[in-house]
Design a protein around this ligand. Structure first.
Ligand code: UDP
Length: 340
């Protein structure tokens, strides 16, 4: 299939593009390289050869997106391009709505003009906000009440997709799937791609940077939560499992139907459990300092992953935290300066 991947030079997008190439598809990656890495495109080019093409363009550049789709004969769009820092979204909300919401509209305009009617969208559990305890684990029917501009911008694009799909006058109805990711972690088990965020804010990468000696310690953001050990609990899903979910999902695309699934392993690990795992996997010291709570961190978030298991037969293969951490550790050891 001819597949266009937006944001394909970022962490998740590049892993998805790699898998699609591995499966024999032709992939055009569109990325503005704001946070994505040219080195990721180079790696994909080595793997994909003539089946891979890179277009450096912004998601708001509708004309270039449409041209890329026409030239490739795109049959499916997998949409990752986004700004994805919760804290930053509070400080620069317009940037988030511009890239994530208006960028999505630009993409849909380009798809319309190029006649592309299938999209898989990278959404997030941040669209649920801070669900009440009775909604944990989080099912797809949990009310979506995001508590920051990042989550709102992603929910807005879900709503736009839902409306677009339901357009009764559309002679060629859109087929759309939104996947709501929990905490995505780990790296390509073969070490071909990795995770390189600037700035890095995620727990597992930060722990690994401490293990590498690049940071003096990890600050745990609070141990006074109502959780078994007082630290926050999250659902860490391996990036290659997440990519598998996309592949299962795009096979379920149906014209005029909007579908959505949570993607998580269906169990939570506390910050302290992550720290212990990183200590075991790396065998290195991991000094920890106890800090205060980070604004906007809910105590417990993990997925009810039964719908995706039932509907797509998808189940995470990496359910052991040490195995997830080990794939990331392999990348960090081989690339202590990321893609640089
Ligand atoms: N966390 C932490 N110290 C850090 C980074 C993260 O204690 O330096 C905690 C954070 O409060 C949350 C969990 O680790 O409970 C996962 O955070 P991350 O930023 O990786 O993902 P999020 O859950 O915010 O999407």
């Amino acid at each position: 299939m001819q597949i266009l991947v937006t944001g394909g030079c970022g962490f998740i997008g590049s892993h998805a593009a790699l898998r699609l190439l591995d499966e024999g598809h032709s992939v055009t990656v569109v990325d503005n390289l704001f946070r994505g890495h040219r080195a990721a495109a180079d790696r994909l080019s080595e793997v994909g050869g003539a089946r891979f093409r890179f277009v450096e363009a912004d998601i708001l550049d509708t004309a270039t997106l449409a041209r890329a789709m026409r030239e490739q004969g795109t049959e499916l769009v997998v949409h990752f391009a986004a700004l994805a820092y919760v804290g930053e979204s509070v400080e620069k909300p317009r940037d988030y709505f511009r890239t994530n919401t208006a960028g999505g509209l630009s993409l849909l305009d380009a798809m319309s003009s190029a006649g592309v009617r299938r999209i898989v969208f990278s959404s997030t559990c941040a669209t649920y906000g801070e669900p009440e305890e009775r909604f944990i684990p989080i099912a797809e029917s949990t009310p979506q009440q995001p508590i920051n501009p990042y989550g709102r911008s992603k929910l807005q694009f879900e709503e736009i997709l839902r409306a677009e799909v339901g357009n009764p006058k559309d002679p060629s109805p859109l087929a759309a799937v939104a996947l709501r990711y929990f905490n995505v972690a780990g790296c390509d088990p073969d070490g071909r791609l990795g995770e390189d965020h600037r700035p890095e804010t995620h727990l597992i990468p930060i722990c690994l940077e401490v293990a590498l000696g690049k940071r003096p310690h990890l600050t745990i953001f609070g141990d006074d939560y109502a959780t078994p050990d007082g630290t926050c609990v999250r659902d860490y899903v391996h990036v290659t499992d997440l990519v598998d979910a996309h592949i299962a999902a795009f096979r379920q695309l149906e014209p005029g139907v909007y579908k959505r699934w949570n993607v998580g392993i269906g169990r939570g690990y506390s910050v302290r459990e992550v720290v212990e795992s990183v200590r075991r996997v790396t065998g290195r010291p991991l000094p920890v300092v106890m800090g205060t709570r980070r604004a906007g961190d809910p105590a417990t978030l993990y997925a009810d992953a039964s719908a995706i298991r039932r509907d797509l037969g998808w189940q995470a293969r990496f359910t052991d935290l040490d195995e997830i951490v080990a794939t990331a550790w392999r990348w960090y050891q081989a690339h202590p300066n990321g893609y640089r």
